[in-house]
Design a protein around this ligand. Sequence first.
Ligand SMILES: Cc1cc2nc3c(=O)[nH]c(=O)nc-3n(C[C@H](O)[C@H](O)[C@H](O)COP(=O)(O)O)c2cc1C
Length: 184
Amino acid sequence: MEIMHKKIVILVGSLRKDSTNRKIAKELIRLSSERLNMEIVEVGQLPLYNEDFDSNPPAEWTEFKNKIEQADGILIVSPEYNRSIPGALKNAIDVGSRPYGKNSWAAKPGGIVTSSPSGIGGAVANHHIRQAMVFVDVPIMQQPEAYISGSWNIWKEDGVTVDEKTEPFLKSWITAFENWVYKF
Ligand SMILES: Cc1cc2nc3c(=O)[nH]c(=O)nc-3n(C[C@H](O)[C@H](O)[C@H](O)COP(=O)(O)O)c2cc1C
C-alpha cells in the first residue's frame, strides 16, 4: 500500500557551506516520519526582488515559486542576523509573495526553527520571520516553539548528528509539526 505523505519545502536562512542551520534542517529530515517528504529548496541563487520584473520575472524566481506552489507545507530553519531575518531568506519570502495576487505561500501551513550559538536561540529573528510569514498567509505552528541556543555545541563527534539532549527535542518538534501540517 502506498504511504500518504505531505511534501514539505525547507528554507535555510544561512548560505554558508558549514551552516549549523543547514545541518539542523538535515537532522529534522532524518528524524521526521515517512509521512513527511522534506526537501531543502535553495534561496541563495534568487536575484533580489524588484517589482519592475514582475511582468518578466527571472527564471530563478519562477522556478522557486513553482516549488513553493507544489508543496503542502513550509519549514524555515534560520539563524538570526542583527536581531532580524537574514537578507537572503527575506528576499525569498518577498519573491514568493509576488506579483500582487500571485502569492505562492498562501494557506500552506508552516513552522520555524531558529538557532544561535548564543543564549536566546535566534528568538528575535524567529518572531520577525513569523510576522512576515503570517502576513503572506502562512499559518505558523505556535507551539512548541524552537529556539536552539548554543548551536555550535549540540553535535556529536561526527559533526553532523545532534547530541542526546538535542535529538529528543528535535524529534518531538518535528512530530508536532507533522501533526500541524496534517490538520490542513
Ligand atoms: C551578519 C551576522 C549577524 C549576526 N547577528 C546575530 C544576532 O543578531 N543574534 C545571534 O544570536 N547571532 C547572530 N549572528 C551569529 C550567528 O547566529 C552564527 O554565525 C550562526 O552560526 C549562523 O548560522 P549558520 O551556522 O547556520 O551559518 C550573526 C552572524 C552574522 C554573520
